[in-house]
Design a protein around this ligand. Structure first.
Ligand SMILES: [Zn+2]
Length: 372
């Protein structure tokens, strides 16, 4: 009898952890559940279980009421040689003047880079502190027990083309003292005829790729796809990839900063020298069976779902409940205006709705909703 992931339910101001048994229906357990959670139990939970029974495992800490509001982190801007100024011109972010900014790290918990809450009662608190001291109420239960918040959220303004690169699968990462990374891109905006590179052209072998690399002619072997706003691409570890010029991208990835650059299009860096490549690491990481992958095909509202994250695209017209009393959600506004607990959010902004929140999203807007 399989047990699905524990679920949570708030009733009578107490948070309960539930476990589902999809193949059985045990009256004793159901009666017990009903007694504990009373009327709140039936309409919300039973339809989601199908024939399942529900066991109340244990009452957990009651949610703290101060955590019903969305949490907004200050973005961290990264100067990049391929970056531009559109984070400011399109989204009104206050960039440092006169420099090409390629990345805005919206949520990050790393030793060398840390998101900090921008305002409200938690102002000044780091994402790492929230993850380590208030995980259940903010992020939910049953999440991976990692020392750091397992996802990293970025906006990328790619004025120029990025290098051709790959992120390692877990075994390769371990060998080279890196961290594995799987990521997804959602194309926010494009300018002109934009494209991305992902995977190899059909039939290209490791030997052909290695030879072409030595001659500086690898570009002809990489699979290229045109992009339009609203497209999404899944980049599992091992997939060769590069973002083409003109794309403005929302990126969700595993919390990792390991990138192996395999080819830089025969360009020179700002210092007039070629940028460093990581050939051995790249060749060990690239999945040479990954021929001509396609854009992600959304299933209903789900844009990409994998073992590390789940990204949905929601069209909001009016009011829609956002929290599930179960898991955090990071909301990123794509178009329109969204109000959440009395605060207004515009395109290009992200905020975290705590697991314990019952806040609604209001307005006429399109958003991405990311959780684990
Ligand atoms: Zn990447």
């Amino acid at each position: 009898m399989g047990i699905r992931t524990p679920d949570l339910l708030i009733a009578n101001e107490t948070l309960y952890q539930l476990s589902y048994t999809p193949t059985g229906f045990r009256m004793a357990d159901l009666e017990q559940a009903r007694r504990v959670v009373k009327a709140a139990f039936t309409p919300e939970i039973v339809p989601r279980c199908g024939l399942a029974c529900v066991e109340v495992v244990a009452p957990l800490q009651p949610p703290r009421m101060s955590l019903t509001e969305p949490i907004v982190f200050a973005p961290l801007f990264m100067e990049r040689v391929w970056g531009g100024r559109r984070l400011e011109s399109l989204f009104g972010k206050s960039l440092p003047p006169g420099r090409p900014v390629g990345e805005s790290w919206e949520l990050v918990d790393r030793t060398d880079c840390q998101s900090v809450v921008a305002d409200g009662p938690l102002r000044g608190t780091t994402l790492h502190e929230l993850w380590t001291t208030r995980r259940g109420e903010i992020f939910g239960n049953g999440l991976p027990d990692t020392p750091r918040f397992p996802l990293l959220f970025k906006l990328l303004d790619c004025e120029d083309r990025l290098s051709l690169q790959v992120h390692p699968p877990p075994a390769v990462a371990e060998r080279f003292s890196g961290e594995p990374k799987t990521e997804m891109w959602f194309i926010f905006r494009t300018s002109g005829e934009s494209s991305v590179f992902a995977g190899l052209k059909r039939g290209v072998t490791r030997a052909q790729f290695t030879e072409a690399l030595e001659r500086g002619e690898v570009a002809a072997l990489v699979h290229r796809m045109p992009t339009r706003a609203g497209d999404a691409i899944f980049i599992p570890n091992g997939r060769l990839h590069a973002i083409g010029e003109g794309n403005m991208i929302f990126e969700v990835q595993q919390n990792s900063d390991t990138t192996y650059r395999v080819f830089d299009w025969n360009r020179l860096g700002l210092d007039g020298k070629p940028r460093q490549l990581h050939i051995a690491e790249s060749l060990a990481s690239i999945d040479f069976d990954d021929a001509e992958p396609q854009l992600a095909e959304p299933q209903g509202e789900t844009v990409v779902a994998c073992e590390y994250f789940r990204v949905e695209r929601w069209a909001i017209a009016g009011v829609r409940a956002c929290g599930t009393a179960e898991r955090f959600a990071v909301i990123t506004v794509l178009e329109g205006d969204v109000e959440c607990a009395g605060r207004r959010f515009t395109p290009g902004t992200s905020f975290l709705v705590p697991a314990a929140s019952s806040a609604d999203l209001r307005g006429t807007a399109t958003v991405l909703r990311t959780t684990i």
